[in-house]
Design a protein around this ligand. Structure first.
Ligand SMILES: [Zn+2]
Length: 50
């Protein structure tokens, strides 16, 4: 069974399984990526990382 990379809960939505994160965690992961990108002064596109 697919689980969320961030919180280890089960994933049932095919889109979430493909991402490896549930919708709530995915939003947080994207926010984290944007924050880090700003801190480093560059733009990171999450779809390239995942
Ligand atoms: Zn999660």
């Amino acid at each position: 069974m697919a689980t969320c990379t961030r919180c280890n809960r089960g994933l049932k939505d095919p889109a979430s399984i493909q991402r490896g994160f549930g919708p709530v965690c995915w939003a947080k992961v994207q926010a984290d990526i944007e924050t880090e990108a700003w801190a480093e002064g560059k733009t990171v596109r999450p779809e390239i990382l995942f």
